[in-house]
Design a protein around this ligand. Structure first.
Ligand code: SAH
Length: 260
């Protein structure tokens, strides 16, 4: 019989239970043990677990406790799913778990998920990369209890004027406003807050960089929100080259270029 005991890191998606990948859903159905990040993962996903599956909420556990469960389940010949919110590669704290598993000789793999940044973009009907507006999206956070390397301070990243998506900072909005304004933004630059993207209680707030803190306070948003800034929120872009009738691509010859 194939050896299938291992640890699967799985991205749960941003919230809505049908935004997990097909692969992630199958792994949940086959798991003998699920350790889920209870602060942000939709508990409805756990309904996929088989009856015998043991379930742990990592919100109340330390790294050591999580690893102890993984080791114990592996020794039993079991499959563990470690379920992280959104995509595990963004602020998922998976590297420390993977390093420890490697040391212990326990095999693991990673199944990606839809990050909340893309769940929130869908809620805003937004495109981050508009021709003539911005071709870059910066995913970052404000320095908080976890410091940010000096060279990546929000005000420095904001100097480019690229589209900004700021995680983990809903409680630091005055600081966010200030940092963005030290960069390429002004108080009047377009901004938005998406609270609990793709959950039933989702809220989208459009505001300006100078009114981020006020808008969040008015709507009672304190956490589980993404902050956006950039002209992508309001600008009318140039039309894309890709779908321009004049433009030749590897799949289509542009008008007037038929012999090219
Ligand atoms: N790995 C996750 C991010 C985890 S860090 C991902 O890819 O989405 C936790 C932060 O993510 C929160 O502070 C918030 O900024 C953001 N977040 C997570 N889920 C969210 C949601 N449904 N709506 C808005 N922001 C969310």
């Amino acid at each position: 019989m194939a050896e299938n005991r291992m640890v699967h890191f799985v991205g749960a998606g941003p919230g809505a239970e049908d935004l997990i990948t097909l692969r992630g859903a199958k792994l949940l159905e086959e798991a003998d043990c699920i350790i889920y990040a209870g602060s942000l993962v939709n508990p409805k996903l756990l309904l996929r677990a088989k009856e015998s599956c043991v379930i742990y909420n990592s919100a109340t556990m330390t790294l050591e406790e999580v690893l102890d469960v993984m080791v114990e389940q592996y020794a039993l010949g079991h499959r563990t799913v470690r379920l992280h919110t959104g995509d595990p590669s963004m602020y998922g704290a998976i590297r420390e778990q993977m390093d420890a598993l490697e040391e212990k000789g326990i095999p693991y793999d990673v199944t990606p998920g839809v990050s909340s940044v893309f769940g929130a973009a869908a809620a805003l009907n937004a495109e981050f990369t508009l021709p003539g507006v911005s071709q870059t999206l910066i995913l970052t956070r404000m320095a908080g209890r976890t410091p940010v390397p000096e060279a990546e301070a929000l005000e420095k990243l904001a100097a480019s004027g690229a589209s900004m998506a700021i995680f983990l900072s809903a409680g630091l909005l005055k600081e966010v406003e200030e940092a963005l304004c030290k960069g390429a933004f002004t108080k009047d630059s377009p901004a938005a807050i998406v609270y609990k993207a793709t959950w039933p209680e989702e809220k989208t707030l459009y505001c300006t960089v100078g009114t981020l803190a006020m808008a969040a306070e008015r709507e009672g948003v304190k956490s589980t929100a993404l902050i956006f800034a950039g002209d992508f929120l309001t600008a009318t872009p140039e039309r894309s080259k890709l779908y321009d009738p004049e433009f030749t691509t590897g799949f289509r010859t542009g008008k007037g270029n038929e012999n090219a």
